[in-house]
Write a protein that binds this ligand. Structure first.
Ligand SMILES: *[C@@H]1O[C@H](CO)[C@@H](O)[C@H](O)[C@H]1NC(C)=O
Ligand SMILES: *[C@@H]1O[C@H](CO)[C@@H](O)[C@H](O)[C@H]1NC(C)=O
Ligand SMILES: *[C@@H]1O[C@H](CO)[C@@H](O)[C@H](O)[C@H]1NC(C)=O
Ligand SMILES: *[C@@H]1O[C@H](CO)[C@@H](O)[C@H](O)[C@H]1NC(C)=O
Ligand SMILES: *[C@@H]1O[C@H](CO)[C@@H](O)[C@H](O)[C@H]1NC(C)=O
Ligand SMILES: *[C@@H]1O[C@H](CO)[C@@H](O)[C@H](O)[C@H]1NC(C)=O
Ligand SMILES: *[C@@H]1O[C@H](CO)[C@@H](O)[C@H](O)[C@H]1NC(C)=O
Length: 532
């Protein structure tokens, strides 16, 4: 134990000296209200997306999608399979801009099933594209093998005509109905059917009025209810997968009571990927902080509506138009990503889908090699350590320290996440709880007569915590390699995702958070009412 503590100490020292800038050490305290949880997430809060963009999708002169489309992704890649399996399960949302231009092949279809073709003079830059049923079979076989929970985004523009920026007329559900029936016939499990992509409010490219969207959603609900009537589990009905707009969302919720299970919204709060200041925004605590407004506002809209739908982030890539190379695929992006996960769960978001699992410059996995980027490991640690119950957590100091805590996933204890977005300050933090705190290990009944002091000493000396320190390779926050407790996380030649091992630290020590680092602190033996 003492040896492990020493090792930790040395490791922190090494990180510090590798910085050119002199670092200062500050002390601070984290306060966790242990009385009641303030929100609850889904058990499987972490979700990631797969998109439709073909290789010809380019932004600002670079084409970052490669073969990462639902139509051409290599589903036989071992790293890919292992990366999804590591979550058991990972929620995967299938969708994106071109979903509202997808037609589904049908078994009796006389037309050839042709893919998207580039045409910059039409909406979204591509023609209609077709999903072959044979590809749908392959995708489902991958989802089954990897244990993914699948949300499929349906084409909501089908049957509508576009009149000055608005798509009018009712949704034509015929083609969707045929895909859903085929899916049920084949026994493919779908977690949710989502209607449309970025068509809420004034929409991206084109919008749909809230009332019309509500009746289309009710039509989807009734269709799914009918097709699944013989089955025990009916998939969730999810919509609208667009940007939050208070008035539109309010009206939509009011008209979909009893038909909508999940209301989804998208997040790109860091501006376009072409902007060289994306990184400055990530390192600016007030930008991170204001990223919480949308979760709070949506939560208020839901609370005051008659609808009991759950809030999800259906797609969040931070920087739009495919992200930014060297930023949204690098260590620094975990500051934004984990802070988003923390704030979203604080405001009762149930699931958070990251754009993307693979594809663009914001993939959890590299588009060509499938090797995990740093955010993949951040997502995996969150998934394994952070439980459903969210705890009110505050840090009494500089906003460059971000603090979030949940009840632990695998014990009755607590997991704390500390993020230090400052490159020159080492934090040494103590953690305080209220509520009835005790250490939940050996009971020493025979020592009772010796009084409190001895029991207290015994507890302090035996209680340990487990820490996962994430830092960038060479102290470079633009690195695509992340170190866990000082060791690079790499996938070996057989494609195995590394196991994520903590260091044990004596609970009497302060928690050391190096400059530009992230620490998950697992405290399995802390016992508070909110987590019992
Ligand atoms: C692109 O779409 C426009 C509008 O529909 C059409 O006139 C044009 O022929 C298309 N271009 C190509 C190369 O297909
Ligand atoms: C895959 O499908 C088979 C057959 O339907 C089923 O028994 C199995 O549980 C599925 N596996 C997963 C991980 O869903
Ligand atoms: C994927 O990895 C390769 C090789 O390291 C690199 O050249 C490329 O930029 C990466 N792609 C993305 C989108 O990060
Ligand atoms: C927070 O830290 C930054 C960077 O070290 C510093 O510039 C700022 O003054 C600090 N703010 C407070 C309120 O301590
Ligand atoms: C814990 O602290 C919070 C915030 O200060 C307070 O509202 C709450 O009443 C406290 N609970 C207990 C049980 O002391
Ligand atoms: C933990 O630290 C306390 C106080 O320094 C010490 O008395 C105790 O022996 C340590 N426990 C372990 C297991 O190292
Ligand atoms: C928690 O308590 C159990 C039971 O006493 C013990 O085996 C375990 O090592 C403790 N875990 C930590 C991280 O201290």
């Amino acid at each position: 134990m003492g040896f492990l503590v020493m090792q930790m100490g040395c490791w922190v020292l090494v990180v510090c000296v590798s910085f050119v800038q002199a670092t200062v050490s500050i002390e601070g305290s984290v306060f966790i209200d242990g009385s009641v949880p303030i929100a609850k997430t889904d058990e499987d809060f972490i979700c990631a997306t797969l998109d439709w963009w073909p290789p010809e999708k380019c932004d600002y002169g670079t084409c970052s999608w490669g073969h990462a489309s639902l139509l051409n992704l290599d589903l036989k890649n071992t790293v890919f399979l292992n990366a999804v399996k590591a979550f058991s399960p990972l929620k995967i949302r299938l969708g994106g801009t071109l979903q509202d231009k997808v037609v589904y092949e049908t078994e009796d279809d006389p037309h050839p099933c042709v893919p998207f073709a580039k045409n910059s003079s039409i909406m979204f830059g591509f023609t209609q594209g077709c999903l072959p049923l044979s590809r749908w079979d392959e995708l489902n076989s991958f989802f089954n093998e990897s244990g993914a929970l699948v949300v499929f985004g349906l084409n909501a523009l089908r049957g509508k005509s576009i009149q000055s920026g608005t798509a009018v007329g009712p949704w034509d559900s015929t083609n969707a109905a045929s895909l859903i029936r085929y899916t049920v016939k084949k026994g493919y499990k779908i977690y949710g059917w989502e209607l449309g992509n970025e068509l809420s409010g004034s929409g991206i490219g084109v919008g749909i009025a809230a009332d019309q969207y509500a009746s289309d959603t009710i039509a989807l609900h009734d269709l799914v209810k009918e097709v699944y009537k013989e089955l025990d589990v009916r998939p969730q009905i999810i919509a609208p997968g667009g940007f939050f707009d208070a008035g539109w969302f309010q009206q939509f919720l009011a008209k979909t009571v009893g038909s909508l299970d999940v209301i989804t919204h998208h997040i790109y709060n860091l501006g376009p990927g072409s902007d060289e200041h994306v990184i400055d925004r990530i390192l600016n605590p007030s930008v991170l902080e204001s990223g919480g407004d949308v979760f709070r506002n949506l939560h208020n809209v839901i609370r005051t509506s008659p609808n009991s739908a759950a809030a999800w982030v259906g797609e969040a890539g931070g920087a739009y138009n495919s992200g930014r190379d060297g930023v949204t695929n690098a260590f620094v992006f975990s500051f934004w990503y984990l802070d988003q996960l923390g704030q979203a769960s604080t405001h009762d978001t149930k699931t958070y889908c990251r754009q993307t699992l693979i594809g663009g410059n914001y993939g959890l996995l590299n588009t060509t090699t499938f090797i995990p980027n740093p955010d993949y490991y951040s997502a995996l640690l969150w998934h394994r350590l952070m439980g459903k119950n969210v705890l009110s957590t505050s840090f009494n100091g500089n906003k460059t320290i971000r603090a979030y805590a949940h009840c632990a996933k695998l014990s009755k204890g607590v997991t704390l996440l500390l993020i230090n977005i400052d490159g020159s300050t080492t934090l040494r933090a103590k953690v305080d709880f209220n509520g009835t705190l005790k250490h939940n290990h050996h009971k020493h009944r025979h020592h009772r007569s010796r009084g409190n002091l001895l029991r207290h000493r015994k507890q302090v000396s035996e209680a340990a915590r487990e820490e996962y320190h994430l830092t960038p390779m060479d102290g470079n926050i633009r690195s695509r390699t992340v170190l866990l407790n000082g060791k690079a996380l790499t996938v070996d030649s057989t494609g195995i995702i590394p196991s994520l091992q903590p260091v044990r630290v004596n609970s009497s020590e302060l928690i050391t958070v190096a400059p530009y680092s992230i620490v998950f602190v697992s405290m399995p033996n802390v016992s508070i009412p909110a987590c019992m």
